[in-house]
Design a protein around this ligand. Structure first.
Ligand SMILES: [Fe+2]
Length: 393
């Protein structure tokens, strides 16, 4: 498309609601759905709001439930999980949970009508038979899965995280109910929120960022950054939950209208090889990526601090201030503590670098070239941080 043209496109109908059950039922009835498949995070069995929603759905519709037990599902898990469902078709697949559960719901929608092993559909638009629509009800705020056409899974054999993707798996509706995120534990709340800030910052600086992407990125970043610390201290505060959910959603819109970058790409092997949760992993890489970019003369970060930075020196100064803001936020939510719980095997460095290079479309969006030497530099910095974190203990 011509560089002078940009669009705003949100194909998912997004509901922000404080009356989830009522709003959801209205939507299901409007669309004359009768036969529903539910994919729910099994950790939510104990959450009263989810339990009562599942029961009400079972009373009102022909309903089948699969409880998703995997935090980082792999393709063989999807094949096993498909066996939970006796239905051969369904009017809609509803996912209730965090990003992994929503991704699993997307995969089940594909596997309901496409009968080969799940790995067959890895890549873009690899499934040919039409699939039932997906409805997303996130219980964490940040992954953006509720509005994206992507679902990430681990290929346990190739040790890579690569997804099933296609416009058909983009949820047709998403129900954002801040009360549902009250059940989200502290570390998952932090991980998802940090994930959203990585999305917003990289969407802002990506080469293909549009003015619309930049508008949502900045708005989304600050809604989360200004609230996250208060939320961690007061996790039952519904208005903080709502602010973080809305900010993360705006960051998701930014991501949809732009691209990702090196921190997102580096988060995948950190997840696969070191089992660091996705949001934390991107968060560990991000300040080093920003620092590197600033050293190469990228001062776009200044726009997060002021509307119109005037001179080059002001842009540089404000970019460093922004970097400082990020590092302070990370410290305040104790992001670096995650390093004490995970091993980073330095002997895997070349494999690690290759895994990141495989995500070339993300790296290509960085405003300055980002190749093996830069990936190695970021890994070295994360390792140094791990050492200093361990020494502090
Ligand atoms: Fe992410």
């Amino acid at each position: 498309m011509n560089d002078n043209v940009y669009t705003l496109n949100i194909p998912t109908k997004v509901y922000f609601t404080h009356t989830l059950e009522e709003t959801l039922f209205e939507h299901l009835r409007e669309n004359q759905y009768k036969n529903i498949t539910l994919v729910i995070d099994h950790n939510l069995r104990q959450v009263a709001l989810v339990d009562s929603l599942a029961k009400s759905l079972a009373q009102a519709f022909d309903c089948e439930v699969g409880w998703c037990t995997e935090a980082e599902p792999c393709y063989t898990y999807l094949d096993d999980f498909r066996l939970n469902f006796k239905k051969k078709d369904t009017d809609a697949v509803i996912g209730i949970g965090g990003g992994s559960t929503l991704d699993t719901a997307k995969a089940i929608s594909v596997l309901m009508t496409n009968l080969e092993p799940a790995i067959t559909y890895r890549g873009f638009n690899q499934f040919k038979t039409p699939i039932p629509p997906v409805i997303a009800i996130p219980t964490t705020a940040g992954t953006g899965s509720e509005v994206t056409p992507n679902a990430s899974f681990v290929d346990a054999i190739q040790k890579k995280k690569m997804g099933i993707n296609g416009e058909a798996i983009r949820p047709i509706a998403a129900f954002m109910a801040p009360a549902l995120t009250l059940s989200c534990p502290r570390s998952a709340t932090i991980s998802a929120a940090i994930d959203s800030t990585v999305h917003s910052i990289e969407a802002f600086t990506a080469k293909k960022a549009t003015p619309i992407a930049r508008f949502f990125a900045k708005k989304g970043f600050w809604e989360v950054a200004n609230t996250l610390q208060a939320l961690i201290q007061d996790p039952d505060n519904l208005s903080y939950r709502e602010q973080v959910m809305r900010g993360a959603f705006f960051s998701g819109i930014a991501l949809m209208h732009s691209g990702t970058g090196p921190a997102s790409a580096i988060s995948y092997p950190l997840g696969v090889h070191s089992k660091i949760p996705h949001g934390y992993a991107g968060g560990l890489a991000l300040p080093h990526v920003i620092e590197y970019n600033i050293s190469q003369g990228v001062f776009d970060y200044a726009h997060f601090m002021t509307e119109q930075p005037e001179s080059k020196s002001q842009r540089q100064e404000l970019s460093f201030e922004f970097l400082h803001t990020i590092k302070t936020l990370w410290e305040n939510v104790e992001l670096y503590n995650v390093l004490t719980r995970h091993e980073i095997d330095e002997s895997l460095e070349s494999l690690f670098i290759q895994d990141v290079l495989d995500l070339a479309p993300a790296l290509e969006q960085n405003p300055v070239p980002f190749g093996p030497a830069e990936i190695s530099l970021i890994l070295k910095k994360i390792n140094e941080q791990k050492l200093s974190q361990v020494c502090l203990r």
